[in-house]
Ligand binder design. Structure first.
Ligand code: B12
Length: 250
């Protein structure tokens, strides 16, 4: 592990007969350094390094959730900025997301129970009925998972009832529907109507996306949110969850 000169002293000085305070400081310095490396590896989309750093974090007793938040999620947020700035394109986005996914597999058993279930919220996701395009939906799924959401992926060609039934079964916060065909995006308002009919429109937040979907269409469809791409999907899901938590706290 490479340490910058100013980080070296607390480590070397406290080695040997360390006080409890010294040990805490040492762990903090180690963690900071690993987090920085994780951010770098994530932005570089370096899967092997992302996995190795997750293993290093676990073996050093670094909190897995902190590694996820301070390292991988932070890295993915930089990747998202690069994507928005058109410095990164879909292949880079996929590579970075895939690297984080592999690291997540290492960290998952070390996350606490509540965190393992996704600390940010639970989402039921699928490509709507009649539509078998799932590449975009899969990217959205990976990004949501990498950001700390629990995602129940129903796959593609998902019937409207399946969305609602699964959301009820897993007590989801959000139903997220993808449509890539103009013909199938027409089912999105039907899904909102079904949610109303079944009395669950206020129980679940509803977000939509996919190439032909526009913000205007999302509003007309009765959705609570829309995302143009996977990065916006994560931002929207986070924003809606914050608003939900504020409402529940009142
Ligand atoms: C790959 C592809 C296929 C593959 C799908 C493979 C797969 N596993 O997904 C196959 C070959 C199976 C296929 C089949 C068909 N296809 Co096709 N396909 C495409 C193609 C080339 C790329 C789609 C894609 O994957 N894009 C890349 C992903 C990453 O982008 P994305 O899906 O938009 O997802 C992003 C965002 O939209 C957003 N997002 C997506 N979902 C969600 C969800 C939420 C909640 C949020 C917030 C955000 C979000 O985030 C994603 C990541 O950034 C497009 C053309 C194109 N250039 O787009 C045609 C296209 C979509 N297909 C088309 C057609 C017509 C068909 C067929 C009907 C062809 C046929 N005659 O059989 C069938 C449909 C079968 C069916 N019932 O679904 C048309 C649709 C036209 C229209 N206006 O509806 C297109 C546009 C081609 C064209 N120009 O004519 N297709």
């Amino acid at each position: 592990m490479c340490l910058s000169p100013d980080l070296k002293s607390p480590l070397t000085e406290t080695r040997g007969r360390e006080s409890a305070e010294g040990q805490t400081l040492r762990k903090e310095v180690l963690s900071m350094n690993v987090f920085e490396q994780i951010v770098e590896a994530t932005v570089a989309g370096d899967k092997d390094r992302c996995v190795a750093l997750a293993q290093q974090a676990v073996s050093q007793g670094i909190d897995a959730f902190q590694a996820l938040q301070e390292g991988y999620t932070k890295g993915m947020s930089i990747v998202g900025d690069k994507f928005a700035a058109m410095e990164y394109f879909l292949p880079e986005l996929l590579t970075c997301a895939d690297a984080v996914k592999a690291a997540l597999d290492v960290l998952r058993p070390h996350l606490g129970n509540s965190l393992k279930e996704g600390s940010l919220g639970t989402i039921v996701l699928g490509t709507i009925q009649g539509d078998i395009h799932d590449l975009g939906k899969n990217i959205v799924k990976t990004m949501l998972q990498a950001s700390g959401f629990t995602v129940h992926d129903l796959g593609c060609n998902v019937s409207l009832r399946q969305f609602v039934e699964k959301a009820t079964e897993v007590n989801a916060d959000i139903i997220a529907a993808s449509a890539i065909l103009t013909t199938t995006m027409a089912y999105m308002p039907d899904l909102a109507s079904l949610m109303k009919e079944l009395g669950v429109k206020d129980k679940f937040l509803f977000i939509v996306g996919g190439a032909p979907v526009t913000p205007e269409f999302a509003i007309e469809a009765g959705a609570d949110g829309y995302g143009k791409n996977a990065v916006e999907a994560v931002d929207m899901a986070k924003r809606l969850m914050q608003e939900k938590k504020k409402r529940e706290a009142k």
